[in-house]
Ligand binder design. Structure first.
Ligand code: F0G
Length: 354
């Protein structure tokens, strides 16, 4: 087997880098496309999961960050800033320290899962807890980057989307063509836009014969693209996608319409149920936001809105260990059997037969 070199080296000819761009990489990407037998049975379709939680910092953000930080390094940036619901800040901090830059992180106060903040801390991030939501943080990050010596690496930075489009290349490379439908969660709307760019590029160059319908799912309490207007006070258990005014609004709407796809909402209950089914049936632990696509797919299948026999890829965007508290509270208190270190007592308590 060949060693995976990270998305910039793997797809260099399709990315805006030159021979002199310093490549800052943790060998992100090359993530597994895992067949999903239970979801396939439930939907009557051939379902695969693109498991992005195995990236170096545990989410898909690393794909865009390797490029954004490499380009910032090329420009001589000494500090970088982002607004984040958690994963972008974890990724930015990791790549920034590798490049010798100072990571400046703006997060909505009290609304980021602990492990994500811990990642930003261990990577030396300077963290500001903002009295406001993600949308306020993003406005602040833009203002800081305009007036101070700090480069903005949110997905309004075009290098982020360019890096993230490599996920679509990988899916098409693995399957031999684009799928019929690509499903994913939507928050700030960068990822759905990036996948669409990737699929469109491959189709335009005849690497693939077609482009998939893009199906995006937002949380019901944070579904501005579904309602067509920004949401002032977004709320959802899926804190990663608690966003009321997505930066890539127009790009996401184009991806939906040009692909003949849809953007719809799923409830927090549907999201948590899908997270539990992914863990309990497919063996994949993802964070709540990452289950929104699966929740949407199941909802469409169960209400008869999904044609059978289709080839479907669902991106699960971040690892379950990113937000253990939400999962634990949904499953109830963790209470293992307390037993003596004795085999027959253990077998009895654990219900094992001879
Ligand atoms: N899933 C996870 C786990 C995320 O962290 C995000 C976004 C999304 C889905 C939505 O992707 O924004 O491209 O539509 N997280 C950003 C962050 C906002 O700050 O980490 P999107």
């Amino acid at each position: 087997t060949r060693l995976w070199r990270g998305v910039i080296e793997e797809y260099r000819d399709r990315l805006p880098v030159s021979g002199t761009t310093p490549v800052v990489t943790l060998r992100e990407g090359g993530t597994p496309l895992v067949p999903a037998p239970w979801l396939s049975e439930q939907t009557g379709c051939e379902v695969h999961l693109k498991v992005e939680g195995v990236n170096p910092t545990g989410s898909f953000k690393d794909r865009g960050m390797t490029l954004a930080i490499s380009k910032a390094a090329e420009d001589g940036a000494e500090a970088v800033v982002c607004a984040s619901t958690g994963n972008t800040s974890a990724s930015m901090a990791a790549y920034a320290v590798r490049a010798g830059m100072r990571p400046v992180v703006l997060v909505p106060d009290g609304k980021v899962a602990g492990p994500k903040l811990a990642q930003a801390v261990v990577h030396g991030g300077v963290i500001a807890s903002v009295d406001g939501n993600f949308d306020d943080c993003l406005r602040l990050a833009r203002e800081l980057s305009e007036e101070y010596a700090v480069a903005l690496v949110n997905s309004v930075n075009p290098y982020r989307l360019a890096g993230q489009k490599t996920a679509a290349f990988e899916v098409a490379d693995d399957l031999g063509d684009a799928p019929d439908v690509h499903v994913l969660p939507v928050g700030n709307a960068g990822n759905i836009s990036a996948y669409w760019m990737g699929y469109s590029e491959y189709a335009a160059d005849a690497v693939t014969t077609r482009r998939p319908a893009m199906w995006g799912f937002q949380a019901a309490g944070a579904a501005p693209l579904v309602h067509g207007v920004p949401v002032d006070a977004p709320e959802t258990v899926a804190s990663a996608i608690r966003i009321g005014n997505p930066a890539s609004w127009e790009l996401a709407i184009s991806a939906r319409d040009d692909s003949g796809g849809l953007i719809d909402a799923v409830t927090d209950e549907q999201i948590l149920a899908a997270q539990q089914e992914l863990s309990g049936r497919e063996g994949l632990f993802v964070e709540p936001a990452s289950a929104a696509g699966v929740a949407g797919l199941l909802h469409y299948a169960r209400t008869g809105l999904l044609d059978r026999g289709r080839r479907i890829v669902v991106t699960v965007t971040g690892h379950g260990l990113k937000d253990v508290d939400t999962a634990s509270s949904y499953y109830g208190e963790i209470r293992p059997y307390a037993i003596a270190a004795d085999a027959s007592a253990a077998a009895q308590a654990l219900g094992l037969s001879r």
